[in-house]
Design a protein. Structure first.
Length: 315
């Protein structure tokens, strides 16, 4: 993909943080290993890739090295400051979750009930757990969730002196619906530069692109089209990512062949492309991303098309 296309879209669309975590479909993991070690003072906030950490008035928090690394905890972790009292740490997730898992390490001989974890939806408490030693040691893997159909967006921790957590695994609710773009909410007329809508945006890289009324029985409402028979270049990007795209295209017989490229989430890699023949007639194009990849946009280049009912969905 052209460098100028990437430079135009990515800063305007997604603020990519340094690599502090990995993501798979529906699951995100934060290990704190790419965060900067140091103290988070009460009232301060540390932004990581999938959530924000705030130390509350009760005491400071700290990103610090794990004292005894093993398979459950290693590298850097989030905890309270040594030789201080209980730390109150608030983790505000960037998106609603259905469950969260994390490793908790408690100091040897720590009393029960001194450390707790509580899930909230905004200010409404959903679940609370007392953090205790496991049956075989002072570190264990805990999972917290809410009843099916509910979500939470905040984890509040009360960590006693010497306690810390690591390996926060976040599970998003399953995506079952689709997001449709029919261009009816986009103002009609010529397109120029970047056009922002609530759940998508259009980048017009060539002149002649426009939103016009549908003029055939295969499309309805308004469509994305062009006055140019060739040389068209437009990108349509969603603000969400899923794994399947469907769209209706109606080629103009007087134009040149066109190409639809299906763009991967995040880095906009071209995962697949389809050549649209000008004599091919109306058609519904579909593509499902390979396992481990998601889709977030399409790019139309070349010949003249009418595009309608672009659907991003999970399949």
């Amino acid at each position: 993909m052209k460098r100028n296309l990437l430079s135009a879209i990515v800063p305007a669309f997604i603020a990519l943080a340094p690599g502090t975590a990995w993501s798979a479909r529906g699951v995100d993991l934060e290990t704190f290993d790419q965060a900067r070690a140091g103290i988070i003072q009460p009232g301060d906030e540390l932004k990581l890739e999938h959530f924000r950490i705030a130390a509350m008035h009760d005491g400071a928090a700290v990103i610090k090295p794990v004292e005894q690394p093993d398979d459950l905890a290693y590298g850097l972790a989030l905890g309270g400051v040594e030789r201080a009292g209980t730390a109150s740490v608030d983790i505000q997730f960037d998106k609603p979750l259905r469950s969260v898992a994390f490793t908790v390490v408690l100091p040897p001989g720590a009393p029960a009930l001194a450390s707790t974890a509580t899930l909230y939806t905004n200010e409404l408490e959903r679940q609370s757990l007392a953090l205790r030693h496991g049956t075989t040691g002072n570190r264990q893997r805990l999972t917290m969730s809410v009843p099916e159909g509910q979500v939470f967006n905040r984890l509040s921790l009360q960590l006693q002196r010497g306690a810390y957590i690591d390996g926060v695994e976040m599970h998003s609710p399953p995506i079952t619906d689709g997001t449709l773009i029919d261009f009816d909410e986009t103002p009609s007329g010529p397109l120029q530069g970047l056009i922002n809508q609530d759940h998508y945006m259009i980048l017009a890289n060539s002149s002649g692109l426009e939103i016009t009324p549908a003029s055939d029985g295969n499309t309805s409402g308004q469509v994305l089209s062009s006055t140019a028979a060739t040389g068209n270049d437009a990108v349509l990007m969603y603000r969400t990512e899923r794994n399947s795209f469907d769209l209706t295209v109606v080629p103009d017989p007087s134009g040149e062949p066109a190409t639809i490229e299906f763009l991967g989430a995040g880095d906009l890699t071209i995962l697949h492309s389809i050549r649209v023949d000008p004599a091919g007639g109306p058609q519904r194009l579909s593509f499902t991303a390979p396992r481990g990849s998601n889709l977030q946009g399409i790019r139309w280049t070349g010949g003249k098309l009418r595009i309608d009912e672009v659907m991003l969905r999970s399949r």
